[in-house]
Ligand binder design. Sequence first.
Ligand code: PMP
Length: 456
Amino acid sequence: MLTNDELAKWDRENFMHPSTHLAQFARGEAPQRIVTGGEGAHITDRDGNRLLDGFAGLYCVNVGYGRQEIAEAIAAQARDLSYYHAYAGHGSEASITLSKMVMDRAPEGMARVYFGLGGSDANETNIKLVWYYNNILGRPKKKKIISRWRGYHGSGLVTGSLTGLELFHKKFDLPLDQVIHTEAPYYFRRPDASMSEGDFVGYCVEKLEALIEAEGADTIAAFIGEPVLGTGGIVPPPAGYWEAIQAVLEAHDILLIADEVVTGFGRLGTMFGSDHYGLKPDLITSAKGLTSAYAPLSASIVGQKMWDVLERGTDENGVLGHGWTYSAHPIGAAAGVANLKLIDSLGLVENAGTVGAYLNERMQAAVGDHAHVGDVRGEGMLCAVELVADRDARRFFDASEGKGAKVVAAMLKRGVIARAMPQGDILGFAPPLCLTRDEADRIVEVTAESIAEVLG
Ligand code: PMP
């Protein structure tokens, strides 16, 4: 067996890691961790640590680690049929069963599901379907997509453009011209402290209307948004936001894509975030929770209005020219079927609601009054703590101080994984949906101790 040092060396010399400081990593100056196992909400590593994973990997291991039911379904599928494509009407029992299970759980008004591999490709599919749709309708100019600053929708060419975070644009020649950005519904960072939530919703609406006016509604095809902003800071929208935004979109015949890669399959305490906020999307993007990341799989869920036009489009133009080799991969589909069954049998959607609310309440009580905590917010099994230099002035720390990353490092020393969100000093929590109250207490306790250690 290789020693830890040998593996670490191979890692530095061969492996180009995503979202990593390449130079520091190659020089051995950036953290490395070799993960070996997981059980419930905990992972273990080669150094012998057992860590409480307060971020469920990347908000994806929703049923928790080590579920034998899913491992067995994957093994059985690999033995029976490891692969066949889904082109030209091919399927497997697993992929057809999963399509039915997804549609049974999807919000009202959805018609079909298209399977891919991950969140980025599912958004890529959705944008292409929107363009196809408008071409079939004879509206070749109606193509731009509105996304929000701080939205996260992937890191491909179009999806990295949709993502409204500078890190994902800088030096990549993004965003592409077809993508434009509007205000994020980030009440804590509202431009004027005296604004009420209602005022701020009005402000977001005005910004959106001004953008539509400036660009011309006849050039705008769709608006994409996460029900709760995720990677941009874990920010639930202010009350009334989605209702007001949907009214604007409807008035201008702009489609709505709900990016539910994080919120799909239970994270907010409802099966979809669209159910939680009363969204009526034309397309839904989902991935992560669909298989709890036991295997890569995504689902683009197509609403009836779009489906009718897409169907007609192929009658006029022939086969839909869009597919991946691994669309509806049988192993991913088998993982998805076993995963959705577990979510039901363990009552994890409900647990996300109740234990998630408990985590948020306890977090607020433990750190909400700290002089350097500006905001504690969350929804379902999502929670964030935003650190500030000055609470009253809502003044933020200088990014170079890396306060959020320091608190996260202090938490890791105590055995709890949180995520330093990429823009601002924000501690993010998105634990597995099977989290217990005791585990929630531990996350809160370690957060409070670590904030005290780093910020006094
Ligand atoms: N959309 C959202 C809302 C996401 O959070 C993510 C990933 N964090 C993606 C899309 C992209 O998914 P993937 O990394 O699987 O491509």
